[in-house]
Structure formats: structure tokens, C-alpha cells
Design a protein. Structure first.
Ligand SMILES: *Cc1c(COP(=O)(O)O)cnc(C)c1O
Length: 374
């Protein structure tokens, strides 16, 4: 049973966005092809400057992905074997994967029931003598409680890395995320709020020392060709992706505004029995995802599917229960709020091109389900 005017409503519609910006993308792509410079050139420099400016950070360093941005950040702080890094179990795998990649131990702290972000109270309890840093994730595009996180970091002499991969443009107390902690990490995976046409990422920081370290770590530990000061990575932002991102950055605020409009329409019109994303006065939410919470999550997902509407679970398995982290010796029951949320959360379609008509159809389908199954 699908809608007569369209086939399915996907979670994101990158092709529809492409239709809008195809011409400037093709123009800038030709410019890069003709330049003969494909790695570490002018477009990359330009994007690093403009993106850092957008975030409100002093420095921006392009990387090959958001995951690499996280790993480079940890390496730049000399975090490795023997060290512990506290993070949330309710995030995309890459957050904790990066900690393990540099040889450190991920230590999880449960989330807040309302915001799905790491709970500062649990962070404080998880600190040991080995703790070096906190990686805070701004999940779904909504800032974590940065005032408390920064206070805890200061009191305990810890670094703060912001995993802002889902949250470019999000704000806390009027400050953009990625410029609040010591380091900010961004992903430009195609479906993110600022998406490239392939993998791409960025590190931001206000500290010159960290900037200089990451500048060489991303390039085989080298600033001067064939002279290597450290063991680094091959993790650069390709010129062609930087060029595409320059075009997309121009549209970012318009697209974020469209997401916000769609989110408001959902929140105003969805059935009051549903838990919808809470809004806090001092935060600007950028709605990378719009997630609702309910007991009959799986039944609603089937009903939506039946009506031609895609939905997705972010995330079905908390990280402490992932087989890859078996070696941490954690078990079900260790992080009850993350576990309960994983069973109840459901993301519904949200993107800048989502029409009011499609949104209203989604709202009606969900509300009808709740009337029948409340
Ligand atoms: C997407 C994402 C990443 C990883 O980014 P990639 O560019 O795909 O490597 C890390 N953390 C979070 C929270 C993400 O959403």
C-alpha cells in the first residue's frame, strides 16, 4: 500500500538535493580537474578556513573521514595504550572504534534519558587514574551538556574531544559545537548534514599546538616531503571533495533551517503519546535525525514500511554489547538507559527536501497507528 503520488519516502533524498546544486558542483569539479592539483591544494585550504570560521574555531584541518578525524585527535593528544577515554555507549560505532584504533581503552558512561547524550554524572563516576579524555557526542545534531562536561574536564585535568560528526552548526549557549572542547571532529559522509560525494572529515581546534600536530599526523607525520617526525596516517581531504564541500557549505544554513522547519512540524503535529525530541532554551538542535520513542517501536516501523515510509533505528545495539567490544568484559544491564533507548527509538525521514505533503502523510500514518495501537 503506497501513496499514489510517489513510490517510497526514503530517510534522506540526496538525488533531490543534487538537482538543486548540480550546476555549481559541475563547475567547481571542472576547476579541480583542470588544476592538476588533487591532494592538499587550494580548495582544501579554502574549505579548512571557511569551515573553521563557520564553526567558530581558530583552525581547521581536513581529514579523510570523521573516524580518522577522531583517531588523529586522540593521537595528537598522545593518547594510546594504557590510557582510558570515556564516551557514550549510544552512538555510531566509530566514536569508540577510534579510541580502540589508537590502542586506548573505551570506557562507557550511560546517557541522559531525555537528550540521549552522555550523562555528566556518569562521566564523573567513570574517571580513574588512567582517564585522559572524554569524547562527547552531539547525537542527532543536538549538543550535549557542555557546561558540565567542561567543568568535569577542568576539575580532573582531562581533554575534551567533541564528536560533532552529526552536529555541524549546532549550538550550546550561543557557541557552535566543535569549538567548545579542545578538539572538534566532523564527518562529511554523504548523508550527514554537510555531506560530500564520498568520505571526508575535518578536525577543528583553537590551540595552535594541536593544529600543528594534526597537520603533520594526517600526512605521514611529515610537513616537509620525505622528512617524518612521527608515525602518522594517510588521511587527507581530497581536493575534489573539498571543492564539493565549498559549494555545499554555502547552502548549509538554508538546509539546516529546512530541517528545523520539518522538525517543528513533526513536534507540533505528532500524537502526544509519543516522546518527541526535547528542546532546551540554550541549545540549537540541527536535526541530523528526528527520533521518536515508543513501546511499540517495531510494530510502528512495520506499519510505516507497509505505507511506503522508510524508518531507521539509530542505534539498535549499544556499543558495550557489540561483539567487537567483547574484550571489555561488559554485559547487558551495565548501561540500562542506553539499552532501553535502543529498544524504543525510531528515526523517521528528515531532510531539507522533504515536502510538507510528504511530512503530513508521515504524521498521519504515525498518528493513525497510535490511535489503533495506543
Ligand atoms: C558518521 C559518524 C562518525 C564517523 O564518520 P565517518 O566520516 O563515516 O568516518 C563518527 N561519529 C558519529 C557520531 C557519526 O555519526
Amino acid at each position: 500500500m503506497t501513496h499514489p503520488e510517489w513510490n517510497r519516502i526514503p530517510m534522506v533524498d540526496l538525488k533531490e538535493e543534487l538537482r538543486l546544486i548540480r550546476t555549481p558542483l559541475l563547475e567547481i569539479m571542472t576547476e579541480v580537474l583542470d588544476s592538476g592539483d588533487y591532494i592538499l591544494g587550494e580548495k582544501g585550504n579554502q574549505f579548512e578556513k571557511l569551515a573553521a570560521q563557520y564553526v567558530g574555531a581558530s583552525y581547521g584541518i581536513g581529514a579523510a573521514s570523521g573516524t580518522d578525524a577522531l583517531a588523529l585527535s586522540l593521537k595528537s593528544l598522545d593518547i594510546g595504550p594504557g590510557d582510558e577515554v570515556i564516551t557514550t555507549p549510544f552512538t555510531f560505532f566509530a566514536t569508540a572504534e577510534a579510541i580502540a584504533q589508537v590502542g586506548a581503552r573505551p570506557v562507557f558512561a550511560d546517557i541522559e534519558e531525555n537528550t540521549y547524550n552522555i550523562d555528566p554524572t556518569h562521566v564523573e563516576k567513570a574517571i580513574t587514574r588512567k582517564t585522559k579524555a572524554i569524547i562527547v557526542v552531539h547525537l542527532y545534531g543536538r549538543s550535549a551538556n557542555m557546561r558540565e562536561i567542561m567543568r568535569i574536564a577542568e576539575d580532573n585535568d582531562l581533554f575534551v574531544i567533541e564528536d560533532a560528526c552529526q552536529a555541524i552548526g549546532a549550538e550550546y549557549d550561543g557557541k557552535r559545537v566543535g569549538a567548545i572542547g579542545d578538539i572538534g571532529c566532523f564527518s562529511f559522509f554523504p548523508s550527514k548534514n554537510l555531506g560530500a560525494f564520498g568520505d571526508a572529515g575535518l578536525v577543528t581546534t583553537n590551540q595552535e599546538g594541536i593544529y600543528e600536530k594534526i597537520m603533520h599526523l594526517r600526512n605521514h607525520g611529515s610537513l616537509e616531503k620525505y622528512h617524518h617526525a612521527a608515525i602518522g596516517m594517510n588521511s587527507r581531504l581530497d581536493e575534489i571533495q573539498a571543492a564539493f564541500l565549498l559549494v555545499k557549505l554555502y547552502y548549509l544554513d538554508i538546509f539546516l533551517h529546512k530541517r528545523k522547519e520539518a522538525a517543528n512540524r513533526y513536534t507540533e503535529n505528532l500524537h502526544p503519546l509519543l516522546k518527541t525530541p526535547p528542546i532546551a532554551q540554550n541549545r540549537k538542535h540541527t536535526f541530523h535525525q528526528y527520533c521518536i520513542e515508543l513501546d511499540k517501536r517495531n510494530e510502528l516501523a512495520s506499519a510505516l514500511d507497509h505505507h511506503g515510509i522508510d524508518s531507521a533505528i539509530y542505534y539498535p545495539v549499544p556499543l558495550h554489547l557489540q561483539p567487537a567490544f567483547d574484550y571489555l568484559g561488559l554485559k547487558k544491564g551495565d548501561f540500562p538507559i542506553a539499552e532501553r533507548t535502543a529498544e524504543r527509538i525510531l528515526g523517521i525521514p528528515i531532510h531539507p527536501m522533504l515536502s510538507f505533503q510528504k511530512q503530513d502523510y508521515i504524521i498521519k500514518t504515525i498518528n493513525d497507528f497510535l490511535e489503533d495501537n495506543g
